[in-house]
Every structure is written in C-alpha cells, then in structure tokens.
Design a protein around this ligand. Structure first.
Ligand code: CA2
Length: 149
C-alpha cells in the first residue's frame, strides 16, 4: 500500500463542462462529482489527491513543474492538449514523476485527430473509454506504481 503518497490529478481544457453538455460522449457526472469519486478512491488507497482543472496550457505547465517537488505522481487528462501540446509533454518529462494518462472517451473510436496523444509517449500507461471510472482505474494504477517503485 502506498501510504499517504500525494497525487496531482490534472484536467485540461473544457473538462469543467462535464455533465453540462454532450452527456452521450462524456456522461452526466460533473467535474465536482468526479473529484468526489477520486477523493473517495484515494482515501481507500491511502493516497492524497490534489484535483485541478485549467483551460490554459501555461497554467497546466506551471502546475506540472510545481508537482516535481510537491507530489509523487501525476494522473492527467489533458483534454485536447493531449493531441497538440509538446509543452505539456516536455513538462511531464521534466517532472521525473510517474504519469498515468486518462481519457473519458475511447479516443481511438473517434476522429483521427484524437488518435495520437503526446502524453502517451511519456506515460507509464493510458486508460481510455471507461468514462469517469477510468479516473479510479488510473488511481489504482498509480497506487500500484508508487508501491512498486
Ligand atoms: O475523452 C477525453 O477525456 C478527452 O480528453 C476529452 C477532451 C477531448 O478533446 C479529447 O480528445 C478526449 C474534451 C473535453 C471536453 O469535455 C467536454 C465535456 C462536456 C461537454 C463538452 C466537452
């Protein structure tokens, strides 16, 4: 069991709209509901979760830089920046922390522009297609990684 390890759960652009629009793709849970579910799972796993969302690439980069000294791992759904941001990929590499990537939707069943993620190249692994449950699976995976390493 990873005792009181600290995990930054980062959410990228538009994920603050969860539960408000497109429930057929992203489900009806709001971001606040998702945070509550993550906090509950984190407690069971003896993890401390710092759950954040930003629509701004630079803010996400700054938070990842800070995580290097403040957290033990990063779970990230970078939203559309997953497909475009070399800056976020570089920040994740520089953090030297274990990374678990998560997506609510199955990005491979969607438009071709969503099939490639820069995050996947630097993540320990990636979970997609299971909706909000994917975040809980990502925390399980992170607890396992932190216990192992
Ligand atoms: O499936 C995912 O989790 C995504 O990261 C979500 C991103 C999308 O750009 C990625 O390709 C896959 C978009 C998040 C937008 O979230 C919304 C939530 C509710 C209503 C509209 C958008």
């Amino acid at each position: 069991m990873a005792i009181d390890a600290s995990v930054l759960v980062l959410n990228g652009p538009n994920l603050n709209m969860l539960g408000v629009r497109e429930p057929h793709i992203y489900g009806s849970m709001t971001l606040d509901d998702l945070e509550a579910a993550c906090q509950e799972r984190a407690e069971q796993l003896s993890l401390v979760v710092d759950f954040r969302q930003s629509n701004h690439e630079g803010e996400l980069v700054s938070w990842i830089q800070q995580a290097r000294t403040e957290h033990d791992g990063i779970v990230i759904n970078a939203g559309a920046y997953s497909h475009t941001s070399v800056a976020i990929m570089d920040a994740l590499i520089l953090s030297e922390l274990p990374i678990v990537e998560v997506h609510l939707s199955n990005i491979y069943k969607r438009e071709a522009i969503r099939h490639h993620s820069h995050i996947s190249a630097v993540a320990k692994g990636m979970i997609c297609g299971f909706g909000p449950h994917g975040y809980l699976l990502a925390l399980d995976a992170m607890a396992n990684i932190l216990e192992r390493d």
